[in-house]
Write a protein that binds this ligand. Structure first.
Ligand SMILES: Cc1ncc(COP(=O)(O)O)c(C=O)c1O
Length: 306
């Protein structure tokens, strides 16, 4: 990754994002990990790169191959960027609820995008998950990272996000708040942090009308990248102390407050995470250090949610 000049290539610039303090009315110190400053604009750069490079090592993805993935947008964008650098073709299936900005970003990176209807259940043959599998079956030299079922996804965050947070807080973190989509972020980073200090509380933030939050009776929601919609091995419930469900409106209110009053132009899942921290405010004790993962930028949602 690193050349002799001490410079790094684009993919070497993934990770090592800033951790900044954010003013909240609580006696904890609250910090945001700005994952939108990754080169592809989201937390998903980390897991996408790790899954691709592990597949290369295992011979599952070879030069001239095609990456096929189902994505709410950011995983696809990360894969499209990585594909552009490593010269792989990339096909991404998305749900029709994807923001216009994410759709255009995928295309700008040269990915082929297949738009599928928004379904409540993963096994619906029309869902973007089912469609990705069908496309994979028809694609020679195709590889599907399969972020919901690939344990390299949480491992990526165990190896990079967790250690960064531990170092940046000098081991003082007491609470981790992260949105759960696949659950890879919160489970992987949370596992690393609990191994350093078992007292750290790991809190996943879910969409209030997801499959999990409604115990199997999901309703559509507008937030993207968040929502536990099926049982995935990437979500390790042993690591989680709590799951906080957040509704669209609650997330959107906090998302706008973050932009207007804190200068943090973040996406919908970050709004949900900030809402969860706000809701938790009275439970913090003096000296607590809370870290929120801000997964992507509000620029992806300007025409839709701002
Ligand atoms: C903006 C954003 N935040 C959070 C997440 C959730 O991350 P994970 O899939 O690791 O649970 C995603 C996943 O797509 C995302 O795009």
């Amino acid at each position: 990754m690193h050349s002799r000049l001490g410079m790094t290539n684009l993919l070497g610039a993934i990770g090592n994002t800033p951790l900044v303090q954010v003013n909240f009315k609580t006696n904890a110190r609250v910090f945001a990990k700005l994952e939108y400053l990754n080169p592809g604009g989201s937390i998903k750069d980390r897991s996408a790169l790790y899954m691709v490079e592990e597949a290369e090592k295992q011979g599952l993805l070879k030069p001239g191959g095609t990456i096929v993935e189902a994505s709410s947008g950011n995983q696809g964008i990360a894969l499209a960027m990585i594909g552009a650098v490593k010269r792989y073709k990339v096909i991404i299936t998305v749900s029709e609820k994807i923001s216009e900005e994410k759709l255009k970003t995928l295309k700008a990176y040269g990915a082929k995008v297949v738009i599928c209807p928004a379904t409540n259940f993963i096994d619906d043959p029309k869902s973007y998950h089912s469609q990705a599998r069908i496309i994979l079956g028809k694609t020679p030299r195709g590889f599907m990272p399969n972020q919901y079922f690939n344990l390299k996804n949480p491992e990526a965050h165990y190896n990079s996000l967790g250690p960064e947070i531990w170092q940046q807080t000098q081991g003082k973190i007491t609470h981790l708040f992260a949105a759960a989509g696949t659950g890879g972020t919160v489970s992987g980073a949370g596992k690393f942090l609990k191994e350093q200090n078992p007292k750290i509380r790991v809190i996943a933030v879910d969409a209030a009308s997801s499959f999990d939050a409604t115990r199997g009776h999901p309703k559509p929601y507008k937030m993207e990248g968040i929502g536990i919609d099926f049982n995935t091995p990437c979500l390790d419930r042993e690591i989680l102390d709590e799951i906080i469900p957040v509704a669209d409106d609650e997330a959107f209110v906090m998302m706008k407050i973050m932009a207007r009053n804190r200068g943090l132009l973040v996406g919908t899942s970050s709004g949900a995470v900030a809402h969860a921290v706000n809701q938790y405010a009275e439970k913090f004790e003096d000296g607590d250090v809370a870290v929120m993962i801000f997964g992507d930028s509000g620029r992806a949602y300007l025409s839709k949610d701002y």
